[in-house]
Design a protein around this ligand. Structure first.
Ligand SMILES: C[S@@+](CC[C@H](N)C(=O)[O-])C[C@H]1O[C@@H](n2cnc3c(N)ncnc32)[C@H](O)[C@@H]1O
Length: 287
């Protein structure tokens, strides 16, 4: 689950069917050209750029550390949907004695703990640059030293502290969007290098025109770069198009297996609230 720019209420709306907040229904909705035009007009009207981009870049790790110091493990929900969507991982676990997963930007382990519970032969190498997150993973009651390693590492500034070419899978879930776009290619290259031949990357992140982006655009005080905004807690969020994701992934040598927008509408009928979320979900293989 991703951090929420504003009201707590919407934090609880951000993930898939297994995590529908009480009182909300969820369904896929159809995106139209008319919606693109309307959203783009709103985005274009926001001409202000945040004055402190340099500071936000420099203190990105600290800001996430503070985020986890405040929110502990309570903010994101466990990503139970992964095992259903990342079918290749389950199949490999049925076939191979030990399957190795890289969890890049693992946060407090909302992906790794459910995966390890369902897949007993999965071994995870995880890292995050927020020290508090790393410590919360290590202190977690489900943490198993024999098959889970977690390190502090900055995907932008550091080398990944695990052996290159040794992972069957990698996950990058709502992490790339938190990074300044100028680093995307290097970051994806580092993840690519960690995979073995045939290794698969599962990517999930924000899509352009997501409800949160539209709220930032209307506010006109949050834009750091085009399609890149700062939240109230100083964490950052980029909103991708599938074309950008594809260009990035293929530029380091990945081959596309799947790449789609997910348009989900959350509705609370009682409160008359509708929320339109846009995510991107993709799988890429290192051939
Ligand atoms: C929205 S959270 C998602 C956490 C986790 N992937 C999940 O599925 O719950 C984004 C995470 O990316 C981490 N992150 C952001 N930039 C990073 C960087 N340069 N290096 C390592 N981790 C980073 C943050 O600390 C945060 O834990």
């Amino acid at each position: 689950m991703e951090p929420n720019p504003e009201p707590q209420e919407e934090v609880k709306t951000v993930e898939g069917p297994s995590e529908i907040p009480e009182g909300h229904s969820v369904k896929y909705y159809e995106w139209t050209d008319d919606m693109t035009q309307k959203c783009q007009d709103v985005i274009d009207e926001d001409e202000n750029y945040h004055p402190e981009a340099g500071k936000l870049k420099k203190h990105a790790g600290m800001n996430w550390h503070i985020f986890y110091s405040n929110n502990k493990t309570n903010f994101f929900k466990n990503r139970h949907y992964l095992i259903k969507e990342f079918t290749e991982m389950k199949e490999k676990c049925d076939d191979q004695e030990i399957v190795r997963l890289l969890d890049a930007g693992c946060g407090v382990g909302n992906a790794l703990f459910p995966l390890c519970k369902d897949l007993p032969n999965l071994h995870v190498d995880a890292f995050d640059f927020a020290l508090k997150a790393v410590n919360l993973v290590k202190e977690h009651e489900k943490f198993e030293e024999e098959r889970m390693k977690v390190e502090q590492c900055d995907l932008v500034r550091d080398d990944i502290p695990f052996e290159a070419g040794t992972h069957d899978f990698a996950i990058l879930i709502f992490v790339l969007s938190a990074i300044f776009p100028e680093h995307y290619k290097d970051v994806i290259q580092k993840v690519y290098d960690q995979l073995n031949q045939g290794g698969i990357l599962y990517f999930r992140d924000y899509g352009k025109y997501d409800m949160a982006q539209m709220r930032f655009a209307k506010k006109k005080t949050s834009k750091v770069l085009d399609n890149f905004y700062v939240r109230g807690d100083k964490t950052l969020a980029y909103y991708f198009t599938i074309e950008e994701v594809d260009e990035l992934m293929t530029s380091v040598g990945f081959k596309k297996l799947s790449l789609d927008y997910h348009y989900k509408e959350f509705e609370n009928r009682k409160k008359g609230l509708k929320m339109h979320r846009v995510w991107i979900q993709a799988k890429y293989i290192k051939e």
